[in-house]
Design a binder for this molecule. Structure first.
Ligand code: SF4
Length: 202
């Protein structure tokens, strides 16, 4: 393989295999589907506002009926439970039960822990380059409609790229009134989460 683009695609595919591997391990041990494993992993890491059925469907890029079916099965098997939102009684928030938390903890379902070890073994400059390449990559996938949700600075109306070109912190967030370096860029912005109106229209 000589073409650099092809090599990058091959390497990204290797990284993606981690989640597939974990989901199959879970499936082997528990019989729950890879999608259910993905939902458990998601619920173990997402903030409360992102744990409604609608948000799960949106964030994971799957249809509402598919999510509803998977949630029903996970509730029946005792891995998750639902409670009425304390903020708004019209919404239900999903939680992992003790059984769900145990599964997440014992089965390496949390791929973030696996990746964390490899990232820790990467030197600072490589890490920074990787971060900047990945954020550009995600922004492009989002722009093309392939990744429906990406709350990153590049897609935000408040972001002014290279406003102070040539300086250590060349970018600017109009909302937070803050200058930002390449590695200060936000990848899961709370402000962006609160207001959809901040997203750049595609
Ligand atoms: S509001 Fe958040 S996403 Fe938007 S530019 Fe500021 S930090 Fe970035």
């Amino acid at each position: 393989m000589k073409n650099t683009d092809e090599k990058i695609i091959h390497l990204l595919d290797k990284v993606l295999q981690i989640t597939r591997y974990i989901q199959w391990q879970i499936n082997k041990k528990t019989g729950i589907s890879p999608l259910s494993a993905q939902i458990i992993e998601y619920l173990g890491n997402a903030s409360r506002d992102l744990r409604t059925p609608a948000k799960i469907a949106e964030e994971l890029g799957i249809t509402r009926p598919t999510v509803t079916e998977a949630l029903k099965s996970l509730i029946k098997k005792g891995y998750i439970k639902e409670k009425v939102s304390p903020k708004d009684k019209r919404f239900k928030i999903l939680y992992l039960t003790e059984k769900g938390k145990k599964l997440l903890k014992n089965s390496n379902l949390n791929y973030k822990d696996i990746l964390k070890k490899s990232i820790k073994n990467t030197d600072k400059a490589q890490k920074e380059n990787l971060f900047y390449s990945l954020i550009n990559f995600v922004a492009d996938l989002n722009k093309r409609g392939i990744l429906p949700i990406a709350r990153i600075c590049f897609n935000c109306k408040n972001f002014e790229k290279n406003k102070f070109e040539g300086s250590k912190k060349p970018h600017y967030c109009k909302l937070l009134k803050q200058r930002m370096g390449n590695f200060d860029l936000n990848v899961n912005c709370e402000e962006n989460l609160k207001r959809r109106s901040l997203w750049v229209k595609k």
